[in-house]
Design a protein around this ligand. Structure first.
Ligand code: PFF
Length: 449
């Protein structure tokens, strides 16, 4: 345990955990899910999920993590015994699958960073569409970037908590915000953006199909990094002064703001340049090059600089998220198998490279399908639509019903030093509302209710 660190400052806690939450889930996944699931109505359901289920669920994971101060499996084991430690192991497995496919998309971002630096993305939408398709189905290039990205994550993680994770997040998060604002303004100034804004803000509930609820729930959990024991692992590095409820609210607030900004960045531009909002995972990779070119047509150098910076930041935002996914397994392996931190990190890295390779190849180079989906889409689906909601469901049941109340109350009130006003409401939500709502969404999806 001597190698365990903790986060140095209050703002470091928020930024590192927000760094885990903010990533491709907000900037790549949120816009493409919103586009596929009909726009504003999806966003409203998503916001309800964040508020009612996400924030209380985050606090529940924080309680387990900070109480134990150990890796995810041990954290659940310490309170609930062997049976509940499965939740920690399950979270680690889920995060490995996510890490595998997420690195492929992060690898695409690395390729776009490279291509925009070399000026290879200059062309109309048809050209960029063709560019993306050719690149993503190439057998070698995306594979190379995927592995490169996983190794980058590995290198930060072996540096440890304070030096690596906290320092990186402190610089990256604020810069990302500033750049997002600039691109939103540029995108909204393109001609013909009204339909894009309507798509984002004018709900049409007739488009809400059965699967929209589970999609919104899965997206909320994915975006908040909830249900993988990631928050539990990070909370094990929190200090005694960290206010768990306030931190969850702040992190969810930052995360949601970035998602909405990403929507504002993509949809007005997509409608303006004629990209279909339901283009799926390629949405941002086709729309953004057009924004950088057309919005800055009069100032190509500025467009170039903003483009390069943006892809750079996207890579870094993805990195602060993959660091957190990697940390779940690393902490678990090195503490449970009594290895050095570096060896623990290598086990995680190698497993994720294997998953990442299959995901990358399934994008066109080799036919790897599971239940009719490409392996990458299958990994995305099984984690977001099944494993994350299940993880969050059982965490809420565990914290609401099994963890001794004195432990829970001590964690929420920082051992009686801060107000317990919200404790009762939160406990009620975690015991009843979260399990009932998550369970209902599942049953609804299965057509049972
Ligand atoms: N929340 C991250 C994002 O939105 O990009 C993704 C993520 C990170 C999911 C960590 C799960 C996790 F454990």
């Amino acid at each position: 345990m001597s190698e365990r660190g903790n986060f140095g400052t209050k703002i470091g806690v928020i930024l590192a955990t927000a760094g885990s939450a903010v990533g491709l889930g907000n900037i790549w996944r949120f816009p493409y899910m919103t586009g596929q699931d009909g726009g504003a109505a999806f966003i409203i359901i998503y916001l309800v999920c964040v508020l009612i289920l996400g924030i209380p669920g985050m606090v529940a994971e924080f309680v387990v993590g900070r109480h134990s101060g150990a890796n995810a499996a041990r954290a659940y084991y310490n309170i609930g015994g062997r049976k509940w430690s499965l939740l920690g192991y399950g979270g680690a497995i889920t995060s490995m699958i996510i890490f595998g496919f997420y690195s492929v998309v992060a690898g695409w971002c690395l390729q776009y960073l490279f291509a925009s630096t070399m000026g290879q993305l200059n062309g109309d939408v048809t050209y960029v569409q063709h560019y993306f398709k050719t690149f993503s189905s190439d057998p070698l290039k995306p594979l190379f970037w995927t592995v490169a990205f996983i190794i980058m994550t590995h290198l930060v993680v072996v540096k440890g908590v304070r030096k690596g994770i906290e320092r990186a997040s402190n610089i990256l998060m604020p810069t990302l915000f500033i750049l997002l604002f600039i691109i939103v303004v540029a995108s909204c100034m393109l001609p013909g953006t009204k339909s894009g804004l309507e798509f984002l803000f004018k709900p049409d509930f007739s488009k809400v199909t059965r699967s929209v609820f589970l999609d919104a729930l899965g997206q909320a959990f994915f975006s908040l990094s909830l249900g993988t024991a990631c928050l539990c692992t990070y909370a094990s590095y929190f200090n005694r002064q960290t206010n768990l409820v306030k931190s969850a609210v702040q992190i969810a607030g930052i995360d949601t703001l970035v998602a909405i900004l990403a929507g504002l960045m993509i949809f007005p531009a997509a409608f303006s340049v004629g990209v279909r909002p339901d283009s799926g995972p390629s949405l941002i990779f086709i729309t953004l090059p057009a924004v950088f070119q057309q919005a800055f047509a009069g100032m190509p150098v500025l467009g170039y600089i903003i483009g390069v910076f943006f892809y750079g930041l996207l890579v870094l935002a993805a990195l602060t998220s993959t660091i957190s996914m990697h940390e779940i397994g690393t902490a678990l392996f090195y503490e449970e198998l009594h290895l050095s931190r570096s060896k623990g990190a290598w086990i995680e890295t190698i497993v994720c490279i294997i998953i990442g390779v299959f995901c990358s190849l399934s994008c066109g180079a080799v036919d790897i399908t599971v239940f009719g989906k490409s392996f990458l889409n299958f990994c995305d689906f099984i984690t977001s639509d099944i494993l994350l909601p299940l993880g969050a469901f059982f965490t809420c049941v565990f914290v609401g019903w099994y963890v001794p109340k004195n432990i829970v109350k001590d964690q929420i009130t920082n051992w009686g030093t801060i107000s317990s006003r919200l404790y009762g409401i939160w406990l009620f939500v975690v015991r009843f509302i979260c399990p009932i709502c998550i369970g209902s969404v599942f049953l609804h999806q299965l057509g049972i209710i």
